[in-house]
Design a protein around this ligand. Structure first.
Ligand SMILES: [Zn+2]
Length: 449
């Protein structure tokens, strides 16, 4: 049977069945000998879209169309049978699903919606986990604009530093799995949520969760969402896997030069990207050479910052345990390809290592990891804060007052006491400290007499 991805996107219009049927008939798709069975349905919901995935016994031809009053999405699957009971539980977008026959061999599936949605569909070939699939995405056409507006509204004089926290995988894509059965997608979400909470507890910092539930977000969509929120940093959280269960430890990745170069070519090739802002510069209307130079500048700056943040995060994580590799690693990961947002990927541990899998399931270990990532991020941003941020003004104020000291990485309280010719006890007292523990980025009071 021929694979015929049938991607039809009908704006929601009030149309009669007759009109629609004529439309689909002219698309003419009938072929095939044996019947394909629809064996299952899974539904995942995100904040701005719902994804329905049908499991199929083989490739299909189908048509999709939308109707309103009441809003519904209809799929006519040629030469198909239903081999399962279809059910959709408590979904904000989908009220229910019905099925019926159209003619002799066409299976008609009807989603009844709670409100008008834009439906987009495509076929997926088999992978290690699933067979043939038909995917229908229901999204709100206004969702994108909403994000842009809120990002603008929050832009004030001294803004927060925005960290996009991306929980790897999700929904249809479980990621790696451990010997005890934990799935990477659940672990990454738990860590991402703990990290976001820790970020939001910081003065002058704000977290944006790229995924906040068990649903899939496309790799490019992830960094596009970070860009739409005008993030200062993108952090993708993962849990590694390897065939040898003994392999363990954390790693931190940035985009490789090869990945950056191929991405730059892509950006310049696509006209819709040229009209976009790269690092505050509009590429549209620039000649190719100039556009290339501007893109390079912005990409190089983002990559340099990525490397610096990654170094700090790795060094901070190394305090929990010995990392998998001593250096920040480079890879051609699609999720890191944002041309103007510094991006890092943290493999928090090996889920394939039974001991690490057990630790990943513990809230307190995840909290340690989240805190360590945050400390690395803070060290970087206290050293080089974006100029229009609240943290930049705090750092500047501290620098202008002679009796303040900002802790940088590797400094100790006793070392600082020595530097200012103070005894350790008075430095402790001035800062109301019971122990000598200090964090990078912390502002210490230096007693003057
Ligand atoms: Zn992963």
């Amino acid at each position: 049977m021929m694979l015929r991805p049938f991607l039809r996107l009908f704006p929601v219009i009030c149309a009669s069945w007759m009109l629609i049927l004529a439309g689909s008939a002219s698309a003419g798709t009938a072929s095939t000998v044996s019947k394909v069975s629809v064996d299952g349905l899974r539904v995942w919901s995100g904040p701005d879209h719902t994804r329905a995935v049908f499991d199929l016994s083989g490739q299909v031809d189908y048509q999709l169309f939308q109707l309103d009053n009441p809003p519904r999405v209809v799929l006519d699957v040629n030469d198909a049978d239903l081999k399962t009971r279809l059910k959709v539980n408590n979904n904000a977008d989908i009220r229910g699903i019905r099925h019926g026959k159209k003619g002799k061999s066409t299976l008609r599936l009807v989603f009844d919606l709670n409100r008008n949605k834009r439906a987009k569909s495509f076929l997926l070939p088999p992978n290690e986990k699933y067979g043939h699939r038909l995917v229908v995405d229901f999204s709100d056409p206004k969702a994108k604009q909403k994000i842009k507006k809120s990002a603008k509204a929050s832009a004030s004089k001294q803004r927060d530093i925005i960290i996009a926290v991306d929980a790897g995988h999700g929904g249809e894509d479980p990621g790696a799995s451990g010997a005890r059965g934990s799935k990477e997608k659940h672990i990454t979400l738990a860590i991402a949520r703990q990290l976001a909470k820790a970020i939001n507890a910081e003065v002058g910092m704000k977290a944006v969760l790229i995924r906040d539930g068990d649903y899939y977000v496309g790799l490019r969509q992830r960094f596009e969402k970070a860009r739409a929120h005008q993030a200062d940093l993108f952090v993708s959280i993962h849990a590694d896997a390897f065939y040898d269960p003994k392999v363990h430890g954390m790693s931190v990745y940035v985009l490789s030069q090869k990945g950056a170069t191929s991405e730059a070519a892509k950006w310049l090739a696509r006209s819709e990207n040229k009209a976009d802002l790269i690092g505050g510069v509009k590429l549209d209307g620039k000649d190719t050479l100039l556009a290339r130079v501007l893109l390079d500048l912005s990409q190089n700056a983002a990559m340099e910052a990525s490397q610096k943040v990654a170094n700090e995060v790795l060094s901070s994580l190394s305090k929990i345990e010995k990392p998998h590799k001593k250096h920040v690693e480079k890879a051609n990961f699609a999720v890191l390809k944002s041309p103007d947002v510094p991006s890092i990927l943290v493999e928090t541990a090996f889920i394939s290592n039974p001991q690490e899998e057990k630790r990943l399931k513990s809230h307190s270990f995840r909290q340690q990891v989240a805190k360590a990532i945050l400390n690395g991020i803070k060290t970087y941003f206290y050293q080089s804060p974006p100029p229009d941020t609240l943290i930049a003004s705090r750092v500047k104020a501290a620098r202008n007052r002679p009796n303040r000291h900002i802790v940088s990485r590797g400094e100790t309280l006793s070392g600082i006491a020595q530097k200012y010719r103070l005894d350790l006890r008075s430095l402790r007292k001035a800062n109301k400290k019971k122990t000598d523990r200090i964090r990078s980025g912390e502002v210490l009071v230096i007693p003057t007499s």
